[in-house]
Design a protein around this ligand. Structure first.
Ligand code: HEM
Length: 563
């Protein structure tokens, strides 16, 4: 009979072998599968140990315990070894060993700062996880995000928010990891953001911006400065606009508030997802987690489903997003459009409201923090409106497309999107399943590895934006390299809306919205920070939850006295 040491040694060899042959290539996500595999593999060892110890619980504990200890040791050694496919990429030891660290950082909401720091320390390619790299080298962007790039990465397995009805199909555009299917689903979206549909959404934009201005005028009716939470007003505006634009029905937050706390629920629903995306194995444990973990997630899904159902059951009063998506999708006659609306309801709610609200708030923050830019924008807007009034004999805003030509306004918006991109870190892609892997520059990415492009770090790279790389300096957007002191402005790496076939389809609408709302606000009101407010608080309260989540923005508002 073999000795105990011999049996345990064989057990450890078995663990290392199973890691090499199986666990290294296939990361199981089902605990049942893992348990079955481990029990099966260790059964001969356990049986032999039973003969040695004569005690079943002790034999199982020793057999499985030794196997697990050897398996984990093998995994860690392999991840740190020169044989790992990403071994040539520098990065912190903790990141190479485990994703628990980045999961923790995701929970704190500070991943954008962490990745920026890593790129500053290690360079353009950094290993941010055992099987994950982050890239700020622009030469590689086309091979990651561009037409020659890769499909969405595995993070979407965990970020996907599905309403109960579409949970089988998973055909939400954002979460589709198959390039061909993504291309097919993207076609109706491209059409829904064409020139004509954009004119339909403009009606909702102008209507809701007028309500925002009326409500704020009401707040300042006594002619005195009033303290408001600018971020909350802009969030309410964005949500009302999204309601009209996506579902043909305003949420009326601007006039009636948000008594059910939908906005907060939407923001909180991001937290668990942002942590889980780093550690997918936590998903099956969800039923065992305290229900508070997923309360916001469940509540938000219910909200999205209720909006989708209401939209499917009624004739739209206006040509909203789903009108255009349905018109451009082949739906068999007589079949319900509900599954189609359900599939993209969550994406449309987030895309149509959250990213814009954060960017509006960031623009307001910078205009208040740098009052000289607030004055410059106001002067440009007021001068342009005077010119338009003389030209058209009316005080109305010009065609919204004309706002794309307003230099200062657009420089301020671009500079805001540069410093505070709405999706700061996780433009993630990965080799297509079944492809065998992808060569990326000098690195071969096998299946199961991922690569991200973090706009927050790219936009703060002095090789691409110089000088005053980390400062709010809108002037860079109209300075040429020949200007005094030179100016590096590499527009090809300005990617707040990502790039390539899965870039932001809503970009034309988002820009139109941003230009119009900022112009209207600055034309009508003046803003400043209250005494004692530390402007640095705004940025330090920002949390990276895949989308940026903001805190309060206390500003004093009053009616504009002109430039
Ligand atoms: C300032 C506002 C916005 C910003 C910064 C922004 C940013 C982004 C980014 C970075 C992506 C790509 C993510 C990736 O590459 O993995 C994206 C995708 C997307 N965005 Fe936006 N977005 C904004 C506004 C909007 C609006 C108003 C809509 C309209 C509903 C929208 C709808 C979408 C959709 C549907 C996708 C998925 C595209 C695809 O997978 O093919 N976004 N957005």
């Amino acid at each position: 009979m073999p000795s105990m040491a011999q049996v345990l040694f064989a057990d450890a060899v078995l663990a290392v072998g199973s890691h090499y042959l199986w666990f290294r290539k296939y990361e199981p996500t089902s605990y049942r599968v893992i348990s079955a595999v481990i029990l099966l593999l260790t059964s001969p060892v356990t049986y032999t140990l039973l003969n040695v110890t004569g005690n079943a619980p002790t034999a199982i504990a020793l057999g499985v315990g030794t196997f697990m200890a050897a398996l984990f040791t093998s995994i860690i050694v392999y991840r740190l070894s020169p044989w790992h496919p990403l071994s040539s990429c520098p990065g912190p030891l903790i990141c190479k060993v485990t994703k628990m660290w980045t999961a923790y950082l995701a929970w704190t909401g500070k991943t954008h700062l962490y990745y920026l720091g890593l790129h500053e320390k290690y360079g353009r390619i950094v290993r941010i996880g055992p099987n994950d790299i982050s890239v700020t080298d622009k030469a590689l962007f086309p091979h990651i995000l561009g037409a020659q790039g890769m499909p969405k990465g595995p993070v979407w397995e965990n970020r996907r928010i599905v309403t109960a009805r579409d949970s089988r199909g998973h055909r939400s555009l954002h979460a589709v990891r198959d390039l061909k299917l993504h291309g097919e689903l993207r076609k109706p979206w491209n059409k829904a953001f064409g020139k004509e549909p954009l004119k339909d959404y403009e009606i909702a934009l102008v209507k809701n911006a007028a309500i925002l201005v009326e409500q704020l005028q009401d707040v300042c009716r006594d002619g005195e400065e009033v303290l408001i939470d600018g971020a909350q007003w802009l969030s309410y505006f964005s949500f009302d606009f999204m309601g009209d634009m996506v579902f043909g029905k305003s949420q009326k937050f601007l006039t009636e508030g948000d008594p059910n706390g939908v906005w907060d629920v939407m923001q909180e629903s991001l937290v668990f997802r942002t942590v889980a995306q780093h550690i997918p194995w936590i998903r099956p444990l969800v039923p065992f987690l305290p229900s508070s973990f997923l309360r916001a997630d469940t509540a938000f899904r219910k909200f999205a489903a209720s909006q989708a159902k209401a939209r499917a059951q009624s004739e739209p009063l206006s040509r909203d997003l789903f009108y255009h998506l349905i018109s451009n999708t082949e739906v068999e006659p007589g079949t319900s459009v509900l599954p189609l609306i359900m599939a993209d309801a969550v994406l449309a709610i987030f895309g149509g409201s959250d990213t814009s609200a954060t960017t509006f708030s960031n623009v307001l923050y910078y205009l208040v923090r740098y009052p000289e830019w607030q004055m410059k924008v106001r002067k440009e807007v007021d001068d342009a409106l005077r010119f338009v009034a003389e030209r058209n004999g009316s005080s109305a805003f010009p065609d919204l497309d004309e706002l794309a030509e307003w230099g200062v306004l657009n420089a301020v918006i671009n500079e805001t999107l540069r410093l505070q991109p709405g999706a700061p870190t996780l433009l993630q892609r990965g080799p297509a399943p079944g492809s065998g892997g992808k060569q990326l520059g000098n690195i071969f990415l096998p299946e199961g590895t991922t690569v991200q492009v973090p706009p927050y770090a790219v936009h703060r790279d002095s090789r691409y934006f110089y000088p005053r790389t980390k400062d709010f300096w809108p002037e860079r957007w109209f300075r040429g390299p020949e200007a005094e002191g030179g100016c590096v402005l590499d527009r090809s790496v300005f990617i707040p809306f990502s790039m390539g076939p899965a870039n932001c389809v809503g970009k034309p609408l988002a820009l139109k919205q941003l230009r119009y709302v900022v112009a209207v606000l600055v034309h009508n009101f003046e803003f400043r920070f209250p005494e004692g407010y530390d402007a640095a608080d705004w940025e330090s309260e920002m949390k990276d939850r895949f989308l940026m989540v903001k805190g309060e923005l206390p500003v004093l508002i009053n009616i504009s006295q002109g430039p």
